[in-house]
Design a protein around this ligand. Sequence first.
Ligand SMILES: CC(C)(COP(=O)(O)OP(=O)(O)OC[C@H]1O[C@@H](n2cnc3c(N)ncnc32)[C@H](O)[C@@H]1OP(=O)(O)O)[C@@H](O)C(=O)NCCC(=O)NCCS
Length: 208
Amino acid sequence: MGDIPFTKNRTGPEREAAIRAAVNSADRLPSMTQHSRLAVAGDESIFLKFLESPEVHNWIYSLPKPLTMESVAAFIADGLSARERGEGLLSLNFDEDGAVSGYTEVLIWPEWAAGEVGGAIRPDLQNRGQGGAGMAATFTWMFETLDLDIICNTTALDNFRMQKLFARMGFEHKGDTQSVRPDGTFRPSQIWEITREAWLANVRERSS
Ligand SMILES: CC(C)(COP(=O)(O)OP(=O)(O)OC[C@H]1O[C@@H](n2cnc3c(N)ncnc32)[C@H](O)[C@@H]1OP(=O)(O)O)[C@@H](O)C(=O)NCCC(=O)NCCS
């Protein structure tokens, strides 16, 4: 059993099946951008162009290495199979010129009613509030639409920007772990978690 999610409360089979069905029937994720849709076969060229930026891929342990047309096509195919199983969604954001401006990957553990969110924004669009707002909308959607109890995210020990965002959004730093990259190597990570009750209470407080 892996280190994440940190909090593991086994759900019953009916709830697990309902979460899988909700993921499987989702056709988009919340987004702050001009246009957004799930990644499909054939997106590897535009997605690879986006991922090639070091300010994007250096921070994300789950991306394939090396980044090639083939490895990105396989990553997209994995995202589609995860959706089929009700365990994940991979979504692309686009700017007004049709270029990829960001992506979001949602990974779900239906048996724990828990999920994780990863992703990135194009470097020229970072630090303008879009990422924080997009993540907040995605967390609310995961609790309300997928009916999760826990969101458990990981981030690199030196990703101070993400750590600041998690702390500001009410997540708790639960400890550290070794995230396993697709090539089998390890990336030291912090584990940040929030419950549905804590998240929705924060949302209510911010909007009152
Ligand atoms: C992480 C990411 C999605 C956030 O999106 P964003 O639009 O850049 O973030 P925002 O502008 O909403 O918020 C950035 C916050 O970090 C803060 N920040 C920026 N640089 C920082 C630094 N070096 N140290 C600490 N905080 C920093 C900003 O002040 C802001 O905080 P505030 O909203 O409380 O003022 C985006 O920066 C990104 O794609 N980064 C590279 C990939 C990545 O790290 N992905 C996450 C992997 S877990």
